[in-house]
Design a protein around this ligand. Structure first.
Ligand SMILES: Cc1ncc(COP(=O)(O)O)c(C=O)c1O
Length: 358
């Protein structure tokens, strides 16, 4: 069988030759005491890009999100987040475990919140309630479907939060996808939030690394959180060199991933038995559903795997395909064709033997 077409996640990307060379030539020092010149360069560059005073390098997006929660909150506080948010669903209860913070989920629209949904949700001033301290948003959304916030909506929500005494954190694991899709600049995003967490190990193609940007005081606290969480590193210039390389080479090209995601969504939208709203695909994530009578997401995922396409289920009938710098347009088209062939064979089988596709 020819090479697998990897559409499970942009986290499966492998460092390119150029990135590996940058890693090999990285200047390093002991970052724990602030002496790694490459990490210092990366932190300064990211603070400048997002228009913030300071930045701190972290191992992962989960770590930098949790450093943000720790830096903003006290034990016993509460944070607000849209119900599909990564911090609420996929960080292993981190806010409770690491910061003693409870998470209150609010139903939004494809991972996004607006002021109407938030109005009346702030609690405090009464001993029955955990005081609401922090609002966490996600842009682009992951489980929410790769959707992005229009800049005006972010303005309205962050202004509302600050006027009501909340601090604001953005889980910007894929913020550059949102910037490229919308044409807004990182500093326009940085101006709205107290902290932003940005990942390098997703669409930017690095082996690891995230950054938290914020004010000097907040980043000082976040750096302490990183130490407490066991995430302070030594010669971290090695992964940081990959991140600097990605900032130069891998941002503008995210538009190709978005175009490939649209191509895939369009192809899939024509297949009987599959439901996708191609018009809602803004970035590199395509969520689609297989109709119940046709089969389950797990069955479809394993049939695809047998044909050399990796796409994961995200629910009983829901799957997510993710484009990235290690898949070409031709591979994405091929994946769409294979999906069609599987569904066609399955539907034929269903009508001839009365079962689901095999
Ligand atoms: C929106 C979002 N936030 C945070 C993370 C966490 O990143 P990591 O896997 O590096 O901890 C992810 C990971 O996919 C994500 O999609």
């Amino acid at each position: 069988m020819s090479e697998m077409i990897e559409l499970r996640s942009d986290t499966y990307t492998k460092p390119s030759k150029g990135m590996r060379e940058a890693i090999a030539h990285a200047e390093v020092g002991d970052d724990m005491v602030g002496e790694d010149p490459t990490v210092n360069r990366l932190e300064a560059r990211m603070a400048e890009l997002f228009g913030k005073d300071a930045a701190v390098f972290a191992c992962s997006g989960t770590q930098s999100n949790q450093m943000g929660v720790w830096a903003h909150c006290q034990c016993g506080d509460e944070l607000l987040i849209e119900s599909t948010g990564h911090i609420a669903n996929y960080e292993s209860g981190g806010p409770a475990v690491l910061s003693g913070v409870s998470v209150r989920r609010i139903l939004g629209d494809q991972g996004r919140l607006n002021v109407d949904q938030l109005e009346g949700q702030i609690r405090g001033g009464n001993h029955h309630f955990a005081p609401t301290r922090l609002l966490c948003l996600e842009n682009s959304t992951n489980l929410g479907g790769g959707r992005t916030y229009p800049l005006e909506q972010l303005h309205r929500v962050c202004d509302w939060a600050h006027e009501n005494g909340l601090r604001t954190h953005l889980d910007g694991a894929r913020i550059f996808n949102a910037c490229v899709a919308n044409g807004y600049r990182p500093d326009q995003i940085g101006a709205l939030f107290d902290t932003v967490s940005i990942c390098f190990s997703k669409g930017l193609g690095c082996p690891m690394g995230s950054i938290l940007v914020g004010s000097r005081e907040t980043v000082f606290r976040a750096r302490r959180a990183r130490k407490i969480f066991g995430g302070a590193l030594r010669q971290a210039g090695i992964p940081a060199a990959a991140c600097l390389y990605a900032l130069e080479h891998n941002i503008e090209r995210l538009a190709e991933d978005h175009a490939n995601a649209r191509i895939f969504a369009q192809m899939v939208s024509d297949i009987p038995g599959i439901r996708v709203d191609a018009g809602k695909v803004e970035t590199n994530l395509v969520f689609f559903e297989i109709e119940k009578e046709v089969g389950t997401a797990a069955q479809l995922s394993s049939a695809l795997k047998e044909q050399g396409v990796r796409i994961n289920p995200t629910g009983p009938h829901r799957l997510r395909a993710c484009t990235h710098l290690d898949v070409t347009e031709a591979q994405v088209r091929r994946a769409g064709e294979i999906l069609r062939e599987i569904l066609f064979a399955g539907l034929r089988l269903e009508s001839s033997v009365g079962g689901t596709y095999g």
